[in-house]
Design a protein around this ligand. Structure first.
Ligand SMILES: Cc1cc2nc3c(=O)[nH]c(=O)nc-3n(C[C@H](O)[C@H](O)[C@H](O)COP(=O)(O)O)c2cc1C
Length: 303
């Protein structure tokens, strides 16, 4: 059940020119949200590589149909460009990756997992990105993608080289979000039941995969992911904020965060030779006030 996104990235240790590539954990560490872009256009080779990659991302881990498109708004007049679809939160934006997923019970997990795989691919290519799920004019992107009634656009990302200097507005946004802050292991990872802390030492061979979840991006940097190790399983859950999620009627924004966490966990696990596969445990495991998402069953070969 592993999407093409993962297999593509983890198989690469040497690039086409024979250069050693960063490990996936290093790429995850390098990724930061870029909200100010340089004016330089992307090269044809980069655009082609991204487009070929996007063409492979068509189905999610749990089977949702997905489609992604690279948009280049270079022909728009500047005034239009500025308000193209990100309400002025982003500066210098010209390229975007926008995607749609068919509505369904696992749409957000599938979309979050897939777009994060794309974002990590862009990071490997030296490009900046920024998940935009809140400050996004969906009607603009819906028109660009020809959105169907059974689909939703949960988020997009602008794409490009990072500007050398950040405008004051960008620094203020990043200050308000405290973008570099992350919660500690004691808040996020549990052994057997919520509240019983799983330390990095106790995590053993799974330490890096869990750390990759901890340093990931999340909407408003709320870091809602919680993981409970339960024998051979890791249950991925959310400290779900109902009010926060009620802002968007067609999808739950924090379930995207959980898809991102799944992507990070799996990429690192696979790169380190740790096998497993995603499953939906039924009946759902008991987890107090947490909302269950999906489980990684260790030792299960993926298909
Ligand atoms: C699902 C999701 C939606 C997001 N939506 C927005 C957004 O609308 N506007 C924005 O400026 N940043 C958005 N972000 C970026 C987060 O604010 C950012 O990931 C977080 O503050 C951590 O910073 P970092 O990405 O630099 O590590 C979003 C992130 C995620 C995962």
């Amino acid at each position: 059940m592993v999407g093409g996104v993962c297999c593509y990235i983890v198989d690469q240790t040497v690039d086409k020119r024979g250069n050693i590539m960063a490990t996936i954990l290093e790429t995850i560490q390098q990724r930061v949200s870029v909200r100010a872009y340089a004016v330089e256009p992307l090269s044809g080779a980069i655009i082609q590589e991204l487009q070929s990659f996007l063409a492979t991302v068509t189905r999610g881990v749990f089977g949702s149909l997905l489609r992604f498109q690279l948009l280049d708004e270079s022909t728009a007049v500047l005034a239009e460009l500025k308000k193209f679809g990100t309400y002025g939160m982003i500066t210098g934006d010209r390229y975007y990756i926008a995607g749609a997923v068919e509505k369904g019970s696992h749409a957000e997990l599938d979309f979050g997992y897939a777009l994060e795989g794309i974002i990590l691919k862009a990071t490997e290519l030296g490009l900046g990105t920024c998940w935009i799920g809140g400050t996004l004019k969906r009607s603009t992107f819906a028109a660009k993608l020809g959105l169907k009634s059974h689909e939703v656009i949960p988020a997009i990302t602008p794409l490009g080289l990072a500007a050398e200097r950040k405008p004051l507005k960008t620094r203020l946004i990043e200050g308000a979000l405290q973008v570099r802050k992350r919660k500690g292991w004691e808040t996020l990872f549990f052994d057997g039941e919520p509240g019983r802390v799983l330390t990095a030492e106790q995590a053993g061979i799974w330490k890096d995969a869990l750390e990759a979840v901890r340093i990931g991006p999340s909407a408003s940097n709320k870091q809602p992911w919680r993981i409970i190790r339960d024998g051979p399983s890791f249950h991925f859950c959310l400290d779900y904020d109902k009010l926060y999620n009620s802002v968007f009627k067609d999808f739950s924004i924090q379930k995207l965060d959980l898809g991102i966490a799944m992507c990070h966990f799996e990429l690192v696990a696979r790169e380190q030779g740790l096998s497993g596969a995603w499953q939906l445990v039924d009946p759902k495991p008991a987890m107090g006030n947490l909302l269950y998402g999906a489980s990684w069953q260790t030792g299960t070969p993926s298909v």
